[in-house]
Ligand binder design. Structure first.
Ligand code: GDP
Ligand code: MG
Length: 163
């Protein structure tokens, strides 16, 4: 059975871009089917010789009556519960935000392996974002660029021991 890898993080850090890259298709942002939950998208991810079920948590971008914090909490809890491995994505250009800290607080308490990804790390912006991310207490950050396909070998190295 495939391992389940869940992508979590605040809106706009590049979760869906990463999802699309690992799935190899642009499916994360296109879901107009009424009645189908928009909170969660699943696909078959591939990285090198690894194959896994990948889950994009997208519902935070959808406006509804619940508070952002409540929705984040619910989504993160659900993602963690069903995941074998959690990819926690932050934006290396924006730096660590209070919402990222909030996610990190939740994720530090889980027994699931968490891989901290510093996205948007293409070019020179990358290194600074990764340094700051050490402070989240989730181990060594992995600098990637989901959009440009950089750092995927490092992501592979981080994922591989869990397979
Ligand atoms: P999500 O809300 O976390 O799912 O984020 P999206 O995948 O929708 O991406 C949010 C924005 O960040 C979009 O404008 C993407 O094009 C951009 N983005 C995603 N990955 C990267 C990256 O590696 N580098 C840069 N510079 N922008 C990115
Ligand atoms: Mg998204």
């Amino acid at each position: 059975m495939d391992l389940v890898v869940a992508i979590v993080g605040r809106p706009n850090v590049g979760k869906s871009t990463l999802f699309n890259r690992l799935v190899g298709r642009r499916i994360a942002l296109v879901d107009d089917t009424p009645g189908v939950t928009r909170d969660r998208r699943e696909g078959t991810g591939r990285l090198g010789d690894l194959t896994f079920t990948i889950v994009d948590t997208a519902g935070l971008e959808e406006a509804d009556s619940e508070s952002l914090e409540g929705r984040m909490r619910a989504q993160t809890d659900a993602a963690i519960e069903q995941a074998d491995i959690v990819l926690f994505v932050i934006d290396g250009r924006a730096g660590v935000t209070p919402i990222d800290e909030h996610f990190a607080d939740i994720l530090r308490r889980t027994s699931r392996p968490v891989i901290l990804l510093v996205n948007k790390s293409e070019g020179k912006a990358g290194a600074a974002g990764a340094m700051e991310a050490y402070g989240l207490g989730l181990g060594e950050p992995v600098a990637i660029s989901a959009e440009h396909g950089e750092g995927l070998a490092d992501l592979y190295e981080a994922l591989m021991p869990h397979f």
